[in-house]
Design a protein around this ligand. Sequence first.
Ligand code: PLP
Length: 284
Amino acid sequence: RIVYLNGEYVPEQDARVSIFDRGFLFSDAVYEVTAVLNGKLLENDGHIGRLVRSCRELQLTLPVTPGELEAIQRELIARNQLREGAVYLQLSRGSTGDREFDFPPAGTAPTLTLFTQARPVIDNARAIKGIRVITLEDIRWRRRDIKTVGLLAPCLAKEYAHARGADDAFLVEDGMVTEGSACNAWIVTESGTLVTRPLSNDILHGITRRSLLELAKTHNIPFEERAFSVEEAYNAREAFISSATTFIWPVVNIDGRAVGDGEPGPVTRALRAIYVEMALRATA
Ligand code: PLP
């Protein structure tokens, strides 16, 4: 792979970052993942907009303009001939050549890295068959709206899920589902209403989540932005997750209990089809 590091396109084995980099020492870094379809970026304005917000919240300065960033993403897609998958980008506060908690002096160069990942987005087995999740206590910090690389809690959640024969986890705080380990969580009620948690510092403000709500509106699918309990999720007619690289994956089992009849539900399948259609049109 050709990757990007601070202004240069280099083979991945030649990309070197200091061991004192604050991303490495303190997870003092933010990131974004944009899906690529047909060699084109999907919903990238949303992702770059959220990156700008994450930077603002952490007093991180983006060393390039949003337009320049998109040009780098496009160049990397071209150099790697990526058709389907994702572009990962990360900005860390850089390094002063030592380990100090205090933010480095103004003018310290941040570290900007980008790389591509090839993977099937449209024809993905889990999108068709659905996934099994377990519920776990949400042990993350209280600024989940900022997309930082401090991802140990979601790594643990996935490990616990896999050890228990599941694919992923729904994270739970005070009895209510916050989101998935790397995705937003949704249920469909008996009456066919979509339910997903409202925006706050408790969850990442998913770009896919936002688009799905807009698509639901235009397709007259009723929705409510409110927290839902684990109990309500057990008894939901359908459940699913959303994120940039999954779009929508049905959740067919929670804590060993089948959701609905244990098969991907019609509302979930219809919403995925609507999103896929939009995505294919946007990247045609
Ligand atoms: N929630 C968390 C914790 C995430 O890590 C992600 C994506 O990585 C999402 C939600 C979904 O966000 P998006 O749809 O912008 O990918």
